[in-house]
Write a protein that binds this ligand. Structure first.
Ligand SMILES: [Fe+2]
Length: 270
């Protein structure tokens, strides 16, 4: 599976069959005004890797919650106006925001922790995540996999709690994509390293630490904490705007908990 980083918590994913998904694409500078009103510098420090119109043709866009750097009006509206017709997958409050931005409610797939869904050869499963505050209490993360390929865990914006590892570790993800920005009550580099140790992926990709002056820190601090936990070899940053190919961890255990509950087959007729 190919994974590309759009900055902040935004990613694109491409499956072996050519199915393309985007996750929390923030492809504008709309947070600058939001930040200014709150006395924060949230000006985008890097140019956008894609234009919103370039998401047209993607098979789906996944959202983890409704905040502006995840459901961005200046990304979603131009995408819809350009004819973007991919699946929209979101938890409740993000879904409500998408509808407010003009998305047809009928095309949104609602997600909640443990709900699984298929798009092309991707299988998704929503995971639990702990919100920033009371303005959106339906944050989620995602487990994403393709048959024969890696299983990737996106933490989504979340604070630390033991339930994260207790609920995700049984799925044995090969890759963990983790927020590392404690400034906004998300996992700190130390907590993200602790979570990585408890879950045990082969690779950990840091995110959400890069784009705004008032929400930035060097990912080396995350590596430092992985070193302290004795798992430095997990550190695997993805370069901004570049695609990186991930394969299944060759050491992977054979019996995995499936992301999608098995459908009950009819009993054979006698
Ligand atoms: Fe965020």
């Amino acid at each position: 599976m190919a994974l590309g980083w759009l900055g902040q918590a935004g990613f694109v994913l491409k499956s072996p069959q050519g199915c393309c998904l985007a996750l929390d694409p923030y492809l504008s500078n709309s947070c600058e005004a939001v930040g200014k009103a709150a006395g924060l510098n949230l000006r985008r420090m890097l140019p956008t890797a894609l234009r919103p119109q370039e998401l047209v043709g993607f098979d789906g866009i996944l959202f983890t919650h409704s905040h502006q750097d995840h459901v961005d009006p200046e990304t979603v509206v131009p995408y819809l106006r350009a004819g973007g017709a991919g699946a929209l997958v979101a938890p409740h409050e993000a879904a409500a925001r998408l509808v407010n931005l003009g998305a047809d409610a009928g095309r949104i797939t609602l997600m909640w922790p443990n709900r699984a869904h298929r798009i092309g050869d991707f299988t998704l499963r929503a995971t639990f995540a702990i919100p920033f505050g009371g303005d959106d209490l339906t944050h989620i993360g995602y487990l994403v996999e393709v048959r024969g390929g890696p299983r990737i865990y996106f933490t989504g914006d979340t604070d630390y709690n033991e339930i994260l590892s207790l609920s995700v570790a049984p799925f044995q993800p090969d890759v963990m994509v983790s927020v590392i920005n404690p400034a906004f009550r998300n996992l700190s580099p130390r907590e993200a390293a602790r979570l990585a140790k408890a879950i045990g992926p082969r690779w950990v990709v840091p995110c959400h630490h890069d784009l705004f002056p008032d929400n930035s820190l060097p990912d080396r601090l995350f590596r430092t904490n992985l070193v302290l936990e004795g798992i430095a070899d997990m550190f695997c940053p993805v370069e901004y705007g570049k695609m990186r190919l991930f394969r299944k961890d060759p050491r992977r255990r054979t019996r995995l908990q499936p992301l999608m509950p098995e459908t009950v087959s009819e009993k054979p007729k006698r």
